[in-house]
Write a protein that binds this ligand. Structure first.
Ligand code: ATP
Length: 254
């Protein structure tokens, strides 16, 4: 479903992402984790064809990533880390607009949207202007818009930011059911418990480079923490990122 080969991005003389290689299979929920600034957003943007790679290739559903490939775009969608929607639309108008872009038949649209509105508890807010929505409500509306045409592949960049506990739980359950129907999820999150709960495989990126990839059990083996949580494993594998703080001595200027 997704194949990434030798993917790199260089800014001036610094690599934001260096030589990433991985595959994500049909029906797989793949979590892409890393500390702040490790290269996650840069990688997603290159995977979607929004940002040009310095080196390497990405294939989604067998096609080279290209935002202008409309046929391919109907088969994937993207939930960005900030839910920017035109505020002057109501929730219903936004969903109608997205359905038009994806050319969804009306009865399929009605069926899917009412199901998703139940899942994400937004059905009483559709007549409200988006500019009056809270952050979490906007996030849920973007998620519904991205899921309603049931794309074969969905990319979610920190989708749970701003969601309340019930919505986060519903999102987790929905994504599991979604992959059980053969669809593929590519997820970034800083909420390691969420990834631990639902991911089939996990890639940890650090300073632009792959640190480890595998199931949680495989990551435990790689890190030598047989009983560790994903948080233990993650902090161990990205130790330098956190131990930098302990190198600070009083009297140092920052
Ligand atoms: N336009 C740019 N010009 C120069 N450097 C950039 C640019 N965009 C990103 N970077 C650098 O690339 C690196 C990776 O950034 P990126 O946004 O991909 O990280 P991230 O893992 O998504 O971080 P976060 O978890 O904070 O969202 C960082 O060092 C960042 O400063």
């Amino acid at each position: 479903m997704i194949a990434v080969r030798g993917l790199s991005k260089e800014y001036k003389d610094k690599y934001a992402v260096k030589n990433l290689n991985f595959n994500v299979g049909e029906g797989e929920l793949f979590a892409f984790l890393g500390p702040n600034g490790s290269g996650k957003s840069t990688t997603i943007k290159m995977m979607l064809g929004i940002l040009e790679a310095t080196e390497g290739d990405v294939e989604i559903l067998g096609f080279k990533a290209d935002v202008n490939n409309i046929e391919l775009k109907r088969q994937w969608s993207f939930v960005p880390d900030t839910p920017d929607i035109i505020g002057k639309l109501t929730g219903q108008q936004y969903l109608n607009f997205v359905a038009g872009v994806y050319k969804m038949p009306k009865n399929l649209f009605n069926e899917r949207v009412s199901e998703l509105l139940e899942w994400f508890d937004l059905k009483n807010d559709l007549k409200t202007l988006v500019e009056e929505y809270s952050h979490g409500m906007r996030q849920k509306l973007v998620i519904i818009g991205a899921l309603m045409h049931e794309p074969k592949v969905i990319f979610l960049d920190e989708p749970n930011v701003g969601l309340d506990p019930k919505s986060t739980r519903n999102l987790k359950q929905y994504l599991r059911e979604y992959t059980s129907r053969g669809n593929t999820v590519f997820l970034t999150t800083h909420t390691l418990s969420l990834a631990e709960e639902i991911a089939d495989r996990i890639l940890i990126i650090y300073k632009g480079e792959e640190k480890a990839t595998g199931t949680l059990d495989e990551l435990r083996q790689i890190s030598g923490l047989a009983e560790g949580t994903l948080e233990d494993v993650f902090l161990h594998l990205t130790e330098e990122a956190y131990s930098d703080v302990s190198n600070y001595e009083s009297g140092d200027t920052v």
